[in-house]
Ligand binder design. Structure first.
Ligand code: AHR
Length: 629
């Protein structure tokens, strides 16, 4: 009797100590940063296979580009005629260029145009491809038009025929099944009658997109992103958001509605945005991967680097004129209504019309992207913030603290955020691995009464194992400080090989393959193993205070699982002590994931885990998931 009372008291005591060691941390800690940089959207995640589908490319997108970029005039056999790019009677006022084929002699094979996609159109044997185009007959009789997928020699893999009989723009759509695999096919549109024919907005999608969405994402890339288990997704940038001069500020309203009526735009990263991956698709993709949407809007100023080395013809930071600010602020409010408003509201109705009557549950909204902290910025940010706060107190606004981990913009950004009591602030930094190791205690010192931090962009400037492991060590500190660090996202997420504007990136890809980096696996090990409680004083190291060793312990209160993360960024093995008793009653079997330099991908095993000591190999990390008893 006495003994069981003793045991009971000890159990109570341990529970009390255990509770003291726990603190609540952000449920949204690890997410992703998507920017349309390095062909991340068009030619990347967005599954459209036709490049320059609406003939809107210009030399201001990229030197030498024009409405026929990626296209070629294709008179076949003895056909005779001409091709012109016209603007006289366009599809709509946003999509002004189209081509006209004037066929004087169709010969035996006809005359038309060929699109080579983004350096080739990849097709798979047996795959189905949805093709569509807008066309109108300008003269002559009904015009048979054959659309085929072919190899470069002209061999046909699959085709369909449209009969263009209307003299008004009409959309024609069909599905083509392909009888061969080819990484570099092309789409050939051939008119086989006499007369004039106008063509615009030519599109080709694989039927199999991520989650089977129409106008959807590439299945393999979408899956690689989903496999990160991000808690949130920031979009559409980055510098892309505040743009190259005020005319280039990303306008979300230009990116919704019928694809053929969206407003194409120059991309600050020296290419073109079809905005086929627009705000509706971003929200839907977030939903499909289980991530909270985090749209970032410009603080009504353009990027301070406008006109800099990577952009053409910019102006530096410029503010939207004061007389236009009310309209700009209204656009911000309209976005909230678009995401969350009733399907009967003005903007909610547009979301419903796009096929999503339910709200998208927008919770966070970023205003500004690492802007230069000028009086013009402050004035505009304050105007926007005050209105959003008043009209939508339920939205957590994310402010911005410049492009670096310290310095003038960082200080001033924080000052503005503190003054206005903005709930979350976005910090950015790209530093060396040594910085990440040395600054493991950065957030230990942050004032818990001030704004929470969103580390919206960070990376250790490389894809070597030493980079990834330094990021892993740092991420343990983000968990330890998960009461003040609310969110964090590695940047940039995607880059197309051969089209990179920025290195390093988390996932590289080309037209047919996806190549995750070792940094990706670090991110994945963290985001797939999050908790809502941080447990302190569980792990100790044999080595003296050493910036290359790091650990964190979190608990997922839904499942009761406790997750221990151990990181050794040093070259030599290290002994780590884990006070298992302090973790409460746990099963002896655990899921252990090990990441080492030699393999570069994590290996997971289920194993007995009862020892209080672990030898951690040099340059390795372990994630140990212990299940509740
Ligand atoms: O992540 C790439 C770029 O880095 C972003 O566009 C910008 O915000 C930062 O400078």
């Amino acid at each position: 009797m006495q003994r069981s009372l003793f045991t009971f008291i000890i159990a109570l005591y341990s529970t009390a100590i255990f509770a003291q060691r726990q603190k609540a941390i952000s449920p949204d800690l690890f997410g992703i940063f998507f920017e349309d940089i390095s062909y991340a959207a068009d030619g990347g995640l967005y599954a459209e296979l036709i490049q320059n589908r609406s003939f809107e490319y210009t030399g201001s997108d990229h030197r030498g580009w024009n409405p026929m970029t990626a296209w070629e005039y294709t008179p076949r056999g003895y056909a005779y005629g001409k091709l012109s790019v016209e603007t006289k009677s366009p599809l709509n006022e946003n999509n002004t260029h189209y081509i006209v084929l004037d066929i004087q002699d169709a010969g035996q094979e006809g005359l038309g145009i060929t699109n080579y996609g983004f350096n080739g159109i990849p097709v798979k044997q047996g795959g189905q491809y949805n093709v569509s185009l807008f066309a109108k007959k300008l003269s002559g009789n009904a015009m048979p038009v054959t659309v085929s997928l072919r190899n470069r020699k002209g061999d046909i893999y699959g085709e369909t025929t449209f009969d263009i009989s209307d003299s008004n723009w009409q959309q024609y759509a069909a599905s083509i099944t392909v009888n061969n695999s080819d990484d570099s096919a092309c789409l050939v549109i051939i008119a086989k009658g006499i007369g004039q024919l106008a063509v615009d907005q030519v599109s080709l999608f694989p039927k199999q997109t991520f989650k089977g969405r129409t106008n959807g994402m590439r299945a393999d890339l979408g899956q690689a992103i989903a496999d990160l288990h991000p808690r949130f997704m920031r979009f559409p940038g980055g510098c892309l958001v505040h743009g190259d001069g005020i005319a280039n500020i990303y306008n979300w309203k230009n990116t919704i509605g019928p694809l053929e009526a969206r407003v194409d735009q120059r991309n600050i990263w020296n290419y073109h945005q079809s905005v086929g991956l627009g705000y509706f698709e971003y929200f839907q993709f977030c939903e499909d991967i289980g991530a909270k949407p985090v749209p970032i809007l410009a603080a009504a100023v353009s990027c301070q680097n406008s006109g800099g080395t990577w952009v053409i013809g910019g102006t530096g930071q410029k503010g939207i004129p004061m007389q236009d600010m009310q309209a700009y602020i209204q656009d911000v409010l309209d976005l909230i209504e678009y995401a969350n408003g009733a399907a009967t509201s003005t903007w909610g109705a547009k979301r419903a019309a796009a096929g999503h009557p339910e709200p998208f549950h927008l919770e966070y909204l970023g205003i500004g992207n690492e802007d230069k902290m000028t009086p013009g910025f402050e004035e505009r940010f304050t105007m926007i913030y005050n209105v959003v706060k008043e009209k939508h107190p339920e939205i957590k606004v994310i402010g911005t603290a410049g492009p670096f981990s310290e310095g003038e913009d960082y200080e001033k950004g924080w000052e503005i955020v503190n003054k206005l009591k903005v709930p979350v602030v976005d910090e950015h930094y790209y530093n060396d691995p040594e910085w990440f190791l040395k600054n493991n205690a950065r957030y230990d010192k942050y004032d818990r009464k001030k704004a929470k931090v969103y580390i919206g962009e960070y990376a250790s400037k490389g894809n070597k194992f030493s980079n990834a492991i330094s990021e892993a060590a740092y991420m343990t500190s983000l968990e330890r400080n998960g009461d003040v660090v609310h969110m964090a996202s590695y940047a940039p997420l995607l880059a197309k090989k051969g089209n990179t504007n920025w290195n390093p990136d988390l996932i590289y890809f080309d037209n047919t393959g996806v190549y995750p980096t070792v940094n990706y696996y670090v991110q994945q090990l963290f985001s797939a193993n999050t908790g809502d409680l941080y447990i302190s004083d569980v792990v100790t190291f044999d080595r003296k205070k050493d910036s290359t060793l790091a650990a964190s312990v979190v608990k997922d209160s839904k499942t009761g699982d406790v997750i221990v993360k151990l990181v050794n960024a040093g070259a030599t093995d290290a002994k780590v002590n884990i006070n298992l008793k302090a973790l409460g009653a746990l099963q002896s079997k655990a899921q252990v994931s090990l990441l080492k330099e030699d393999r570069g991908v994590p290996v997971s095993i289920e194993t007995e885990f009862t020892k209080n000591a672990v030898i951690l190999d040099g340059k390795s990390m372990q994630v140990i998931r212990l299940h509740k008893k």
